[in-house]
Write a protein that binds this ligand. Structure first.
Ligand SMILES: [Zn+2]
Length: 107
């Protein structure tokens, strides 16, 4: 293969990757996850993923004063309970397939 052919092949693979990632997100979005409180199941693509953050206070001259990602959460549409996801990494992995991701910052 010459340079141009390699470049074309790379572009083609890049596009295929994009399509596959979209397919994956759609497939993941169809998965049902269960509410810890009421036990009812909801489609991932109908839910909002809440990404919480925690604050580290400044200390010393250069450390602290920054936000780090904390646990993920979602609100069950059936009972309005907050489901905390720190013990459910399998659901956290689906973050990109939720309807939307909302970031919250609490001190
Ligand atoms: Zn529920």
């Amino acid at each position: 293969m010459n340079t141009k052919e390699i470049q074309n092949k790379l572009n083609q693979l890049f596009n295929e990757e994009k399509v596959l990632n979209e397919e994956l997100r759609k497939a993941e979005g169809r998965r049902l996850i269960e509410c810890e409180k009421c036990g009812k199941r909801s489609k991932v693509s109908n839910l909002t993923y809440i990404q919480t953050h925690f604050y580290t206070l400044p200390h010393g001259c250069t450390d602290g004063d920054y936000w780090s990602q904390d646990e993920g959460q979602f609100i069950c549409p059936h009972c309005n309970c907050i489901n905390r996801l720190y013990k459910r990494p399998d659901i956290c992995k689906l973050k990109d397939s939720f309807k939307e991701v909302v970031n919250t910052y609490e001190k």
